[in-house]
Design a protein around this ligand. Sequence first.
Ligand SMILES: [Zn+2]
Length: 243
Amino acid sequence: MEGPSLVILKEQIKVFKGKTIRHASGVTTKIDIAALEGRRVTGFKSWGKHFLITFTNFTLRIHFLMFGSYRINEEKPSNPRLHLQFDDGFLNFYACSIVRINENLDEIYDWSADVMSDLWDPKKARRKIKKLKDVSVSDVLLNQDIFAGVGNIIKNEVLFRTRVHPDTLVGKLPPRKLTSLIEEARNYSFDFYKWKKVYQLKKHWLIYTKRKCPVCRGPVTKRYTGKNPRRSFFCENCQALFV
Ligand SMILES: [Zn+2]
């Protein structure tokens, strides 16, 4: 689940903010589930792909990994990793990692690195990128210390929008291309959010999972790119490899 999806989740479950957990259960060994009973949820936050449920003195961090999911007042056939029952409804989290955080969140999270945050700082992102000259744009966009919340769909669409080949090393990008890459990482994330909310995300994909380039009608290349190899879809004709 990419960052914008967690912002949507946060909105969907805001009715539970301020509510007390009446019953908690689940299959996870990392946290003391029984200790959640009787505790009041003070809020929901997200940082990139981390979903945070806050309480007075601690936070639960949920990471949906590759196959994680959630249901609100609904069950799936599989057992939830965490089930939280409130007076007026319940939340189920599946196939995710759950960790308890005791530290103050401001000490562990750089909110300005979250592409969906009001505190997002493009200049800071640029400074971090400047230190990674030999890293490909594929890896840089997925680097959560720089672009928290950007996942593989956003990566592919941003590279297509900016017409940059995924094998380009970030140090070879002309300054203006780097500016648009950073801008589009945030812009596309907000488009993702807007479209996903109305179930129209896939409809707006220009390159991700496509076979033909929407600009030149040429074939879309599909292969793994980056040192942390992830699937890339790109047009060799429209997306420039800067060397
Ligand atoms: Zn093309």
